[in-house]
Design a protein around this ligand. Structure first.
Ligand SMILES: Nc1nc2c(ncn2[C@@H]2O[C@H](COP(=O)(O)OP(=O)(O)OP(=O)(O)O)[C@@H](O)[C@H]2O)c(=O)[nH]1
Ligand SMILES: [Mg+2]
Ligand SMILES: [Zn+2]
Length: 320
């Protein structure tokens, strides 16, 4: 009898470790998908610190972790390949890690219902450059395009592909080019971003019907002025790979750019800058600026230059 009790206690203390990936994080609780496809509701014990930044969530979606199955505690965090963060608030020194270990970022936009502002696109792409995460663009709702909209979509495709961003014109409703998107997502971990209503959840449901994500409602995260703490979720794809749905993507654009490096995050502007007379040229009013020359000669799309200026002036009001 006594030996029976001893045996029981021994078993209870045995760690059953398994490796997995964090697919959801809601502050103190984590959902971990293990290699066998089983999910675990987990908690954290002890300290997980990353040197250099203070974070509100030490473990994030996309993190590779070790879980003790016996009590659901995350016991180890694998080194991250990369991660994206946002400040918890403007005044805060603390940051929230949005996601880790990303292969690529896809920005979904639409020209109609709703119209995505061009500057929003350029800010997103510049931020992805800053994080060195390869970015692509999806222009959804092509079924709604007038001939003029379609011309704009094609123009955007040409401008962004020239700058190095693969661009797909699709319609989830009409099933146009979904197979190409599927191929681009296959086997990779992709951050999917985009303003509210462009069709992100609709696309994810099309790629994985078992997700049954809510669509068609403007999520509360997008209400102006609301500071909801949002936590992204990672969805496995049947064809292999993961897509991270990021509701609170407004925070994605708040990375602190240094004014002399902003143009590094516009690949075509960076390329042209090698011909500028001054090595510290900001491509504003300096003489012999090859970036401005390229804009005048239409080698650089004027709206891209305008977006660059806009970020530049926002970060440096004294130049206004
Ligand atoms: N015409 C048209 N409508 C679409 C298409 N894709 C999605 N929609 C519609 O657009 C609306 C918004 O779609 P959602 O998938 O909820 O948009 P979302 O990007 O997830 O929006 P949030 O969750 O608020 O960020 C829904 O009514 C969809 O049916 C498309 O290709 N064409
Ligand atoms: Mg959605
Ligand atoms: Zn210049």
């Amino acid at each position: 009898m006594i030996s029976g009790i001893t045996f029981f206690i021994f078993v209870a203390n045995v760690q059953r470790l398994t490796q997995g990936i964090v697919i959801k994080s809601t502050g103190s609780r984590y959902k971990v998908l293990d290699e066998s496809g089983k999910t675990h509701e987990c908690t954290l014990k002890g300290k997980f610190r990353i040197s250099g930044i203070r974070t509100t969530n030490p473990v994030a979606v996309g993190d590779h972790v070790t879980v003790d199955e016996s009590d659901g505690v995350i016991t180890a965090l694998a080194p991250r390949r990369n991660y994206i963060i946002r400040k918890a608030s403007n005044l805060s020194k603390e940051s929230q890690i949005i996601a880790a270990n990303l292969d690529q970022a896809f920005l979904m936009v639409s020209i109609k219902m709703p119209a995505t502002p061009i500057e929003f696109i350029d800010r997103f792409l510049a931020t992805a450059e800053a994080y060195r995460i390869p970015a692509s663009l999806i222009i959804n709702k092509s079924d709604l395009h007038s001939p003029g909209d379609e011309a704009l979509a094609l123009k955007m495709k040409s401008v962004y592909e020239k700058a190095g961003y693969p661009t797909y014109i699709i319609s989830v409703t009409n099933d146009t080019n979904i197979d190409i998107i599927e191929k681009a997502l296959k086997g990779r971990t992709t951050l999917l971003a985009g303003n509210s209503g462009v069709g992100k959840s609709t696309l994810l449901n099309r790629l994985n019907p078992s997700l049954a994500l809510k669509t068609g409602i403007i999520s509360e995260y997008h209400e102006q002025g609301k500071h909801v703490t949002t936590f992204p979720e990672m969805h496995p794809l049947p064809i292999g790979g993961y897509v991270i749905d990021t509701p609170g993507i407004r925070g994605f654009g708040v990375i602190d750019f240094d004014r002399y490096e902003i143009y590094h995050f516009f690949p075509e502007i960076f390329k042209a800058s090698s011909g500028c007379r001054f090595h510290n040229c900001l491509h504003m009013n300096e003489p012999d600026c090859s970036v401005r020359k390229a804009v005048e000669e239409n080698e650089i799309e004027p709206w891209r230059y305008k977006s660059y200026l806009s970020i530049m002036l926002e970060k440096n009001p004294k130049y206004r």
